[in-house]
Structures are given as C-alpha cells and as structure tokens.
Design a protein around this ligand. Sequence first.
Ligand code: FE2
Length: 398
Amino acid sequence: MSWLRDFQFGAVARVEFGIGIARRAGAIIRDLNARSALLMTDAGLYRLGIAEPAEAALREAGIRVEVFDGVVTEPTLPSVEAAVARFREAQCDVVVGLGGGSSMDSAKAVSLLLGNGGRFTDYTERRVGTEWKRDKIPSKKGPDIVTVPTTAGTGADVTAGAGVFDPETGVKGWAGGPMVRPTVAICDPLLSASMPPRVTADTGMDALSQALEALLTLKFNPYADAILLRATRDIIRYLPQAFANGQNLEARAAMMAAATMVGTVFPTRNLIHVHTYAEVLGDLTHLPHGRLIGLMLPHVLEWSAIGCADRLAEIAPALDENVAGLSTRDAADRALAAVRRLGQEVEMTDPLSTLGATEAQMRECARRVYSQHTPRSIGGPRGFRSEEETLALLMRAF
Ligand SMILES: [Fe+2]
C-alpha cells in the first residue's frame, strides 16, 4: 500500500437508513417528483406482505403504484423486458426494486433500458483478449432507481450495475456505470427480519467476501479501507447473531448497514477469485450466489495468502482476532481461521457435491475461470498458472 498511488472516491447513492423507514418511502420518493412507481419484487416476497409497508407509504403519499411481481431469483432478460413494457404501459416515472439483489438489479436494468434503448446485452461486459469490453456504455440516465433491500449482503442497493442472465447464452452479463446508480437506497432492517437463517447466512457471507476480497486487491484506496474494515468488524460480530435469531434487530441493522457500506466501496477496489468462481458456478449450477461465495471463500483466501500475508495480518483485528505480538504469517493464519470459524458457525458446511453440483460442472467451471481470469488476477494477490491448478482449488469445495 502506498500513498504515492492514485485513488478515486466519487458519487455514491444516497442512503436513507432506519428501523421502520420503509414507512417513509412515500415522502422520500415524492421528493424525486415522481407520481407513478413501478414496484418490482418477486411473487414470494409479495405474498408474504414484505412489500406492504413501502407500498402503503407510496399510496398514502399520493403516488400511483404499479406492482410487477415477476422478478425471478436469477433475473433473466425476458423478465426484465416484460417489466420495461409494463413501465411504459402504465406510464410510470420511477422504478422501485424491493427485495434481494435480483429485484434491485432488475430495477437497475429496467432503468438502463428505458434510458438508453436497445437490448441489455448491448451493454454487457465480455472478455476480449485480456480485457473486458462492451459494445455500448449507458450514457443517458433513465428513470430514477429506488432500492429497498430485504436482505443484507449483495450491496445491490447502492452499486451502479446489474447482472442479468441470458437464457440463450447461459451466461449472466453485467452492465452498469454512473447512469445506473440508484438515486436512493431505503434501508429498513425491519424488512430483513423475516429472512430465513439460510438466506441470512448466504447473503451475509457475500457481504463479508466482498469486503475481504476488496481489501485484498492490490489497489490502494484509503476511503474504501476505512469503510471495508468497519463493515468486516460488524459482519464478524453480528452475522452469527442474525443467523441465530432473526428477530435480533440490532444484528439485522448492523448487517444491513455493513452490506450497504461494502456495496458503496467495493467497486472502487474490485474483487478477487472468490467472485470469479462464484459467478461462473452460478451460471452452471444456479445455486444461490451467497452459498457459492461462502463455500469458496476460505479456500480462495488460503490459496491467496502467500501473496497477501501482510494484508491479511492487517485485517485480522477487524476479524476480532487479537494478534498483538504475532508474526505476520501467524497473524495472517489467525485471519484465515476466523473466516473458517464464521463459515462453520453459520453452517456453510455442505460441499458442492452434496448440493447437486457435478464433476463435469467443476471441469467446465475451471475451464471458464482459467480462460477469463486475467483481468482479476491483475489486481489480485495471486493468479492461476494452469487450468489444473484452477480445478484443484475449486475441488477443495466440492
Ligand atoms: Fe457477491
């Protein structure tokens, strides 16, 4: 880490955070001069009444609400395109994504398409040689995006991008930029209180991994460091509590804030191979993103450690490890042990093979990861030297 290196910290989404704040969603959205909202969520959440406080608040504030509950767990191009059509038909002027990463990413994708036209795939990044390229960059701002997270993990409430799965190619494509940054994130921990323990663990491990991966890239960013270390401390402390008792509102609030804080800064630092694997595994197995992250995290960290022991040692206190007087290597080992212990506490223990993943999928995953790993290796502590090595690391989680 060096003060002689460049860094950036720029515009971020406005965050309105508070227990019960969803009931103020109407006033917050009316301040955007909106009259008609497309409320995007998934049918399961909607049936459980989780959208009710925000929806009622919008109606009470005189905002017309068009509900689109066709968000699917892995947002797909057809579901996003259906929502775009509904937005136009109903003449909405703001898009509200209420739910987990899928609902919020869907809302961002809808705004991107309304503002810029074309198809989502025109804007997605793909690898050409050793670089990521895209045909078009979203250059115009679509309708305001308001996010209302009901999980605590992805950071999709504040990140300026969306991932959408294309059933034709079998690949999830990512598109984004400053024009698709949410205008406001309304973060109400009460909405996350009914999240089941399994989802709490999966999404919470995603937040932890995004924090640790961003801290372990070789990029320098002191703003990001401060926020990521604080978030790491809260996740280590509160994720087990939220997992043990979903009604523990202090734990829910700490987790929701931590996830949002990580989402605000991790894009400035990029991520390492935990996400490279999890994204490809997601395309192949359709297992939940956070579960794949939680399974890969300890293994990728252990494998990466020789390239970033000093950094792991610096992070160890944020993982609640007392490392005073220890050597760098011993302190780094304590950081790795803390991550493994958290995984066990939240029962991130079933390997990929018991979740239905196949060996053929592992081989295909290793092939794809190895062929596209270069961009992340540039900023990461350790790069792959062969496809066999890529597969061997993956098989530790199988
Ligand atoms: Fe993630």
